[in-house]
Design a protein around this ligand. Sequence first.
Ligand SMILES: O=c1[nH]c(NC[C@H](O)[C@H](O)[C@H](O)CO)c([N+](=O)[O-])c(=O)[nH]1
Length: 161
Amino acid sequence: MAIKGVGAPDQVYDGNGLRVAIVHARWNAKIIDALVTGAVGRLKELGVLDESIEIISVPGSYEIPLAVQKTLASQRFDVVIAIGVLIKGSTVHFEYIAESVTRSLMQIQLKENKPVIYGILTCLTELQALERAGLDEAKAMHNHGIDWASAAVEMGCKFGD
Ligand SMILES: O=c1[nH]c(NC[C@H](O)[C@H](O)[C@H](O)CO)c([N+](=O)[O-])c(=O)[nH]1
């Protein structure tokens, strides 16, 4: 049995009535599109209504925290899924963005007292990103967008008030 992974949910959560925002970067669009598609499909499987899902895009992962903060401050959503794909280049740019975005998203969810699901892939290679978006047919890896949507419905039901 695989060790890594979220494991079975403690119960099935009904997303009907939940208002979910997906804030995603556009950098590495092929991978982003697969992750967002996976997340939206899972949200609907769990009962979230189409009209209760809002998708907001920003240029890159660095822009995600401000967009998430503004989205939550609108009081129009119970939970936000932040989706970005950082792929290591030849400089330390990757590290600075990854650290600051991750820290910021944690701070925002605690400040706004609303769940922010962490969907930032921090990959050392393009292949790692393709695998985690379920795009590497060779390995049929799992689309992490699905997991983030499941987490969003659970956290929205439990703590999204
Ligand atoms: O989302 C990403 N943004 C990236 N950079 C753009 C950054 O997020 C901002 O959009 C940009 O710096 C303008 O503020 C990336 N790289 O630089 O490699 C990346 O891999 N992923």
